[in-house]
Write a protein that binds this ligand. Structure first.
Ligand SMILES: C[S@@+](CC[C@H](N)C(=O)[O-])C[C@H]1O[C@@H](n2cnc3c(N)ncnc32)[C@H](O)[C@@H]1O
Length: 268
């Protein structure tokens, strides 16, 4: 049996036992396939079920050499390991959200991350109402610098380590997105991530149905499905990332109908 061919099918099936069998039968977890480490065949696959992290763990158990421990902790979905890595590398981490709205995401991150890391946050939003709202929200009582501006006009004296956007990109054209990706890359020291909507008929019709039952607001009923319709397919993300000159990223599918795009600068 050709175990190198079999393991690719096992990746598709997220078959933990199948992957183990291939490693037991001579496949090397550090094998190079199509000029890239074998693990990228798994990482770059579309689906991300609950078994994805177990498949990554099999690689680790069978001797994976993966220098980027921060990325590895993300792939393993291991928050403790991520904390340890970030703390080991840096004493202070600055996280910046563009299009932060009322600051809910920053508050959630501040709550989730370990108290061992000194965290600083920057929230940027073009709308004064959003920043005013964020400033008075008691959930936002962590160290944060609020900036009212188009993110493109912000220049940092000290670049943030991580920049992210959430439910932001589907408002823009592909050209503007390309600029956004370049901006995020140029202005971050560790990298960036993006959480945005996956355009899918199931997501579109479900949100239409849910908002028609549970919302009285015309705006919500109209805007929620419209936002999904403006979301992205994975291939579109790949094309935009390519056009922006960005490599070494991962795209993961997340419930409910989201894409998580993660880019990290190569570390020396
Ligand atoms: C759909 S909301 C998303 C809010 C928040 N990120 C979330 O996940 O809930 C998009 C936000 O982006 C802001 N925005 C739009 N264009 C912007 C720009 N060029 N620079 C900064 N903020 C912008 C809007 O004011 C709005 O608050």
């Amino acid at each position: 049996m050709n175990y190198l061919q079999k393991i690719i099918i096992d990746f598709e099936l997220h078959s933990v036992e199948g992957i183990k069998e291939c490693f037991e039968n001579g496949v090397n977890p550090n094998e190079i396939v199509k000029d890239k480490p074998l693990i990228y065949e798994l990482i770059n696959m579309y689906s991300r079920g609950p078994l994805f992290k177990e498949c990554i763990k099999v690689f680790v158990d069978y001797g994976l050499v993966f220098d980027d421990k921060v990325l590895l902790s993300v792939l393993l979905d291991n928050a403790t390991m991520l904390d340890t890595q970030l703390t080991a590398d840096k004493k202070e981490i600055t996280i910046c959200e563009i299009g932060c709205g009322g600051g809910d995401n920053l508050a959630a991150i501040a709550k989730a991350l370990s108290k061992d890391i000194s965290l600083k946050f920057i929230g940027i939003d073009i709308k004064q109402e959003c920043i005013d709202f964020a400033k008075q929200d008691p959930n936002n009582s962590y160290i944060v610098e609020w900036i009212t501006s188009d993110y493109r006009n912000v220049s940092f004296t000290k670049k943030p380590d991580i920049i992210f956007s959430s439910l932001f990109c589907h408002h823009f054209t592909e050209d503007l997105l390309k600029e956004q990706l370049k901006w995020m890359k140029e202005n971050s020291t560790i990298g960036f991530f993006i959480n945005d909507l996956h355009r899918h008929p199931f997501a579109y019709y479900s949100i239409k149905l849910i908002t028609s039952i549970f919302s009285n607001s015309y705006l919500v009923k109209n805007d929620a499905p419209l936002s999904v319709a403006r979301g992205f397919k994975k291939i579109e993300w790949k094309n935009i990332l390519f056009a922006a000159g960005i490599n070494n990223y991962t795209i993961q599918w997340k419930w409910a109908f989201r894409h998580l795009i993660l880019y990290m600068h190569e570390r020396k």
